[in-house]
Design a binder for this molecule. Structure first.
Ligand code: ADP
Length: 258
């Protein structure tokens, strides 16, 4: 509701100044709009688990409940609190990244053992869903990265591969050298991402079909965080996907030698 229009159009320094101010005012306007939209979505996201928590707490208070029934409600309350906690943690990380107070502690990491331990940690979740998880990593790759932050990135991507794939499919973790870079790729044979949605999937709170994610538990922050963390590492993250065929995320990082 406030957009500035400066009528000064002369071809001198004053005109130039007016143009700069105009651009600045427009940027501010869009930033404010974006912030409002973000806050509105966040409030909405917070409300859903809180509604569950309050509702089930009300029921669990009833005195005529069987022990088992009460336990079931308390479990739901617990799960929803965890979701809420997870969401708040992610939001907090994003806020820190915005203020440049998100610190990373880089160290030289030998990729093979690093990725292999993540692979082993995640294998049971894939086996549970009857998805074959493959591991294929060159042995001589070294990169400077923050292991904890980077593990979070890989987990977010693996989590998506798991959420958006059906049983009987194959997913993989790969790492190899390509030109001057080390590439880490996470692939799945899941439902894929519509071409027109691809430009937005790294945006905060963006989810392809809201229903797809609500039932799988996501808030649309995982990829936004993954991208920011990779950016802070000086790397890039890209995606290729085709509907019904699968998705492949590739992280490219500078190689460092031992
Ligand atoms: P969410 O927590 O909802 O999964 P993300 O930021 O991780 O949020 O992902 C954003 C959207 O991108 C998701 O809603 C999902 O629809 C889509 N997406 C991400 N990864 C995959 C994948 N491997 N296969 C299919 N769709 C995916």
């Amino acid at each position: 509701d406030f957009s500035v229009s400066l009528p000064l159009r002369s071809n001198d320094e004053l005109g130039e100044l007016a143009k700069s101010i105009q651009t600045l005012a427009n940027d501010l306007y869009y930033m404010k709009q974006e912030r409002n939209e973000f806050l509105a979505s966040i409030s909405h996201e917070l409300r859903t688990p809180l509604t569950y928590i309050k509702g089930y707490a009300d029921i669990a208070k009833r005195t005529d409940l069987e022990f088992q029934e009460r336990t079931q409600y308390l479990n739901i309350i617990h799960e929803e609190s965890e979701r809420l906690n997870h969401l708040l943690e992610e939001l907090f990380d994003l806020a820190k990244m915005d203020q440049n107070t998100f610190s990373i502690a880089k160290e030289r990491v030998h990729l093979y053992p690093f990725l292999h331990s993540i692979y082993k940690k995640y294998l049971p979740a894939f086996e549970n869903k009857k998805i074959q998880l493959q591991f294929n990593c060159d042995n001589d790759l070294f990169v400077d990265l923050d292991p904890a932050r980077f593990e979070q990135v890989i987990l977010n991507l693996l989590d998506n591969a798991l959420k958006y794939s059906k049983m009987g499919t194959v997913a993989s973790i790969e790492a190899f050298k390509k030109e001057d870079n080390v590439q880490v790729a996470l692939s799945d044979q899941g439902m894929g991402i519509p071409q027109e949605e691809m430009p937005y999937i790294f945006d905060r709170l963006y989810r392809v079909e809201k229903s797809r994610s609500r039932e799988t538990g996501g808030y649309g922050l995982g990829l936004a965080i993954a991208k920011q963390v990779v950016d802070i590492h000086g790397g890039t993250i890209s995606v290729e996907s085709s509907i019904g065929q699968g998705t492949r995320f590739t992280i490219a990082l500078k190689e460092n030698y031992k």
